[in-house]
Design a protein around this ligand. Sequence first.
Ligand code: HMG
Ligand code: MG
Length: 302
Amino acid sequence: MALPTRVKIVEVSPRDGLQNEKEFVPTDIKVELIDRLAAAGFPNVEAASFVSPKWVPQMADGADVMARIQRRPGTIYSVLTPNMKGFEGALAARADEIVIFGAASEAFSQKNINCSIAESIARFEPVVQAAREAGIRVRGSISCALGCPYQGEVPIESVVDVAQRYLAMQVDEIDVADTIGVGTPRRVRDVMAAVTRVVDPARVSGHFHDTYGQALANILASLETGISIFHASVAGLGGCPYAKGATGNVATEDVLYMLRGLDIDTGVDFDAVVDIGQWMSANLNRKGSSRAGNAIAAKRAA
Ligand code: HMG
Ligand code: MG
């Protein structure tokens, strides 16, 4: 299949990138990160989570973050909402899109959101209905689509089953997520092929963590099955507090570098993203994990 000529990158670093940081990242820094990402041209920035602050303390300032960002016309600011309480927060914060997040693995569903897959779907239904009534876009994430830290292998039918449940709720976009970065290209192709048999590929995204160094290869495999939406995190920040050992999302700089080489347009200013990655890594007192970002920064300094 011919590769798409345009790809949408959802920048998830303000949420997935930061949620697992042990030290609280000041609200000002979160706001600046989001504003700089929007200014760099990302059409969609995942900005915050409206979850229990006891479960994810780093995301406790979501309402403040959303109140202080400078909204760019046309940018979609998304937030995670596990239940109606989260949705009420998202509505008050004027989120453009909410993300319901379920799993293809029962064990992970219990660990992450403290309920079974079926219970999570029942909880999401009123959330999605309320979002639709309020004219808010809805994204549905499927964690552990390529493997689970607790259960191991995850059958493709389980992924398709959650996708179908989301579809029945009329979510706008479905994220196939490799939470712990264990997937390899052939399996990714099989999962994406199965999901896109029931969901329009234009509404399916790939959310790849890079724990095993497979994320770019998995993105290429997804592009070859017609997927044209990918999630990425600047400097490769991130990890899920309920997926032990999982490292960050694929680094945005690396994805942009690869897509540029493939002549695929994203509308994003690559140089600005390299700057943001270096700035954010300095804020967190560590070197970011983007190979392309670090190589370009080193070349600039030479
Ligand atoms: P629970 O304890 O079963 O919930 O947690 P509950 O309804 O019994 O409520 C317990 C307490 O939480 C109550 O407070 C509620 O008010 C409060 P208390 O009376 O004890 O003071 N509460 C809330 N507070 C703020 N906002 C809310 C909210 N809901 C309840 N929305 C719950 C269930 C879902 C709330 C909890 O498990 C939770 O917050 N989980 C979030 C986990 C999370 O954020 N994980 C990381 C994001 S998912 C991810 O990273 C994967 C992804 O990147 C894709 C991939 O890579 O796979 C998306
Ligand atoms: Mg994730």
